[in-house]
Design a protein around this ligand. Structure first.
Ligand SMILES: [Zn+2]
Length: 216
């Protein structure tokens, strides 16, 4: 099986998980994975839990359809813009509830938990533009700079990774961080971690504690 066919299979597998976990609804949301100058992507108009590998179109990085009978997702320009400006090998776009709540009410998700560092710290909300347009792709590209995630105003979230698994886990983490923040607001004012506290987390992760073996 070719590398790109393996990616098409992976897209189906993670598409099903995205529906199961409630990250997407109906035909909303889309996934893609890159191999060289080819990108396998979810097709337009098919629910992510009904996909088969053959249904997933393959486009080149310039957006020409290379393989498949169905049209690529309307958000394919955004996926291609991200591949153009990052080293990502996979992109996950969802309309998850808490991510969308933050994206409709805020300009940035502040880091209230140190795991936000896994996404690059505060998550920016890309300015609103109509879905599928080059303008939206450009706004996301800007919001994503130096990060693994961005939110899209009044729309949803997008995450990237070196593999589909990484991009998918980033999507789950983004949703979790948004949920913590939104639920936090119902209890009080969420406390945002300072730059100093975040730097200390990075320092700690670079120097994990070691546990010497007990002498026999
Ligand atoms: Zn969307």
């Amino acid at each position: 099986m070719s590398a790109v066919d393996l990616l098409r299979q992976e897209i189906c597998e993670y598409g099903r998980r995205a529906v199961e976990l409630g990250l997407v609804l109906g035909t909303s949301g889309n996934l893609s994975a890159r191999d060289g100058d080819l990108v396998a992507v979810t097709p337009a108009g098919v629910a992510l839990d009904r996909l088969t590998p053959e249904m997933c179109p393959v486009v080149d990085v310039e957006g020409h359809l290379v393989e498949g009978d169905l049209q690529p997702s309307s958000e394919t320009p955004m996926h291609l813009a991200i591949y153009d400006s990052t080293a990502a090998r996979a992109v996950v776009h969802t309309h998850s509830v808490f991510g969308t709540v933050v994206a409709t009410t805020m300009t940035e998700l502040p880091p209230v938990h140190y795991n936000a560092l896994l996404l690059g710290g505060a998550v920016k909300v890309a300015e609103y533009a109509t879905y599928g347009t080059p303008e939206l792709a450009a706004n996301i590209r800007a919001a994503m700079e130096g990060r693994q995630a961005a939110l899209m105003a009044n729309h949803g979230g997008v995450t990237i990774g070196a593999t589909m698994e990484q991009a998918f886990e980033a999507a789950r983490l983004l949703e979790w961080l948004c949920e913590v923040y939104v639920r936090g607001l119902s209890v009080g004012k969420p406390v945002v971690l300072t730059d100093e506290q975040l730097a200390a987390v990075v320092e700690r992760s670079l120097n994990p504690p070691t546990f010497p073996r007990r002498p026999r």
